[in-house]
Design a protein around this ligand. Sequence first.
Ligand code: SF4
Length: 480
Amino acid sequence: MIYLDQNVSDYDNDFRTMIQAFIPREKIVLSEEGTRLTFRARLTEEQVELSLWENGEKIGEERADCYYPDKKTARNPIKAAAYYLLSRYCNKSLPWGSMTGVRPTKFATARLEEGWTEEEVIQEYEKQYLTTRQKGEICYRVAKREQELLQSFHFQEEYCLYVGIPFCLSRCLYCSFAAYPVSQYQNRIEDYLAALFHEIEYVAQAYKNKRLVAVYMGGGTPTSLSAEQLGRVIDKIYKEFDTQFVREFTVEAGRPDSLNREKFMVMKERPVTRISINPQTMNDKTLQFIGRNHTAQMTVDAFYQARECGMDNINMDMIVGLPKEGIEDIRYTLDVIRELNPESLTVHSLAIKRAAELNIQMQQYQDSIKGSTNEMLTLADQYASELGMQPYYLYRQKNIPGNLENVGYAKPGKECLYNVLIMEEKMDIIAVGAGTSTKLTFPEENRIERVENVKNVEEYIHRVDEMIARKEAGFQEKQF
Ligand code: SF4
């Protein structure tokens, strides 16, 4: 346990994030009892003094000259001081330096709008946030591509639809999504679809004056439905919504063990434009360990089958930092993916959320990490570039060890627009189904409102009218 001792709590969150980035998994508490280390922050209006203490002895200190009540000017130097202090103590550096937050590209986007050059942006990442040059570079590349992709949208007249199918075949060790085992929920699926269709009908009516531009079916794994059910959901969307402006329709076909020719044909015969077949890893041992009931060969077979059925925009998801995997395992996964030559590749750094089974086995997991996950990300970046892909979206999650990132790469014109739009938070994302979250934008007030649906399938079935009422209340605020 680490004692966070501060005379004012204005930077509490920043200190916690920095401590956790360097010393993950150690509990941060606000009293000294039973702690092994003290992180002390003394903030005055002239100076910020940070120090580390062990057994009553000071083992390091750092100062920043700044006026702490002005967060705009003081936050970066204070975080930098915390970074230097912890970096010396732990004898390590972090690729993202003192940069926290889920959208590290935001800074590059803002500077691009002000007309900064590439070199100026990268240097500022290194100077202000102490990132490596490579992280500054990728932020610049992503921000640039995002800017190009977003210029054709009219944020306030358009919207995206997310459809949640919260069923899956088996539960992966790291899964924190709403993913109910399809075998056990077989007799509830029809009731779920009835409730979902009811919510779809409401949204289609409520948003009839706006243009639907992108649809994303996720979950869970939507293809864990039968081919007939899958077809019915897509048909329902096309029946209820005006789809003449839809520019992409993605189905997360995630698990190869949920796929067959019939399902690919169902999607191909309907206007599904993009699917995702996710290996996560091409190493069978890891697949078995993480609870995915399929082999790497099944992923390869599913990919070729999708191609035979005419799918011409296929994404593949992979994860770096899986238990027991080292850089050579990642190289092998990337070699197989390169051979398949998908249109896009999404590289995730393993995030271990509270709800995941892996969280319970945390110590074992930590002991099994082999090598640097940042090196694995760099390798994936090289392969993506060899495949003719560019990075086009990047975000971080809270529970990624080392504060690392997730990156989406795509060949030009094959990007998932929905992924960019959800990240940008400038357009409404209306989400239907259990465990989904609607994002409503209020640009004049620089505000986002979320409207959540219940996670539990049974509750969703019974309380769908309440979910609709929640949406209705949110939509009323938008006044259209
Ligand atoms: S495939 Fe995805 S949704 Fe299904 S259990 Fe694994 S992580 Fe969860």
